[in-house]
Design a protein around this ligand. Structure first.
Ligand SMILES: [Zn+2]
Length: 281
């Protein structure tokens, strides 16, 4: 019996693993790109909701429903053409002069007023929104969190997921420590590429991405520290611009009815409160 049991256990775990891999093979990008994930979308949403609660307890949402509706409108336009619709996406503006934006697992995305002030039309902001949506579509945050969880609490517990009552709390705690640690360079390149593709699909002028990169580069030169969190792991700006230009050139004729919305964006900018001195670190 004692000799049979380990074999059976091993067989059982292998069988469960294969089953999990088969059931968690999900689309993570344009063209039907697939990845394997052990943590399903339901659990990812629970982890994201818990992380969102933590972020909102420590950050101040911009108290302007027009701006919150506006970022949601841009976001949902991108979501409508993206390759991941099995979660609900939440877009929020945080009142902070940091030049930053980030996405949590489960589709929680945040944009800082310091970043909004840098852009001068809606297409440029849409390029940041599309980049962040692409991180969620590609599960970049979830892949990083899954690796950290397997390393810290073990494969079987991650595989068991929500059957362990502490799983969401443990995962969201570890996830929060990873939020600002940056993605790999290849993940950033992928989010740039998917983001520009989704811009085009949703009717935005994809050249907004080039304008956005140029603004980020100029801001980085003025104040490298303010820039750290957004760009520390991003590919060099000139390389990003070059890759974006060649991707846009491959799209062929873009047409003249692409969304740029400079006037509307300037009106929205004029609604932003005066920046608080000393709130840029
Ligand atoms: Zn990114």
């Amino acid at each position: 019996m004692s000799r049979i049991f380990p074999f059976s256990l091993r067989f059982f775990l292998t069988w469960i693993s294969v089953l999990a891999l088969v059931t968690a093979c999900v689309t993570t990008g344009p063209g039907g790109k697939k990845s394997f994930l052990l943590i399903g979308s339901g659990e990812e949403s629970s982890i994201g909701a818990e992380m969102n609660r933590q972020i909102l307890s420590e950050s101040e949402l911009l108290d302007d429903s027009l701006w919150q509706d506006y970022i949601n409108e841009i976001g949902q336009r991108i979501v409508a053409v993206c390759d991941r619709k099995d979660i609900e996406y939440h877009f929020a503006v945080i009142e902070s002069e940091q030049i930053n934006a980030f996405a949590l697992p489960g589709g929680y995305l945040y944009f800082y007023t310091g970043l909004l002030r840098l852009m001068d039309n809606e297409a440029q902001l849409a390029s940041v929104v599309s980049h962040e949506v692409s991180h969620v579509v590609a599960r970049h945050g979830m892949k990083r969190l899954q690796s950290a969880l397997i390393a810290q609490i073990g494969y079987e517990i991650v595989l068991g997921g929500s059957k362990n009552s502490d799983f969401v709390n443990i995962a969201s705690g570890i996830g929060l420590t990873l939020v600002f640690s940056g993605y790999s360079r290849s993940a950033e390149k992928e989010a740039d590429r998917f983001g520009i593709y989704y811009m085009r699909q949703s009717g935005y002028d994809p050249k907004g991405a080039i304008g956005m990169f140029e603004h980020l580069a100029a801001a980085g030169e003025r104040n490298p520290n303010a820039f750290e969190k957004l760009v520390s792991s991003h590919p060099q700006t000139q390389e990003r611009i070059r890759l974006a230009q060649s991707q846009i050139a491959e799209m062929g004729e873009l047409g003249s009815d692409l969304i740029v919305n400079e006037k509307r964006y300037k009106q929205m900018l004029s609604r932003l409160p005066e920046p608080n001195a000393g709130d840029s670190t």
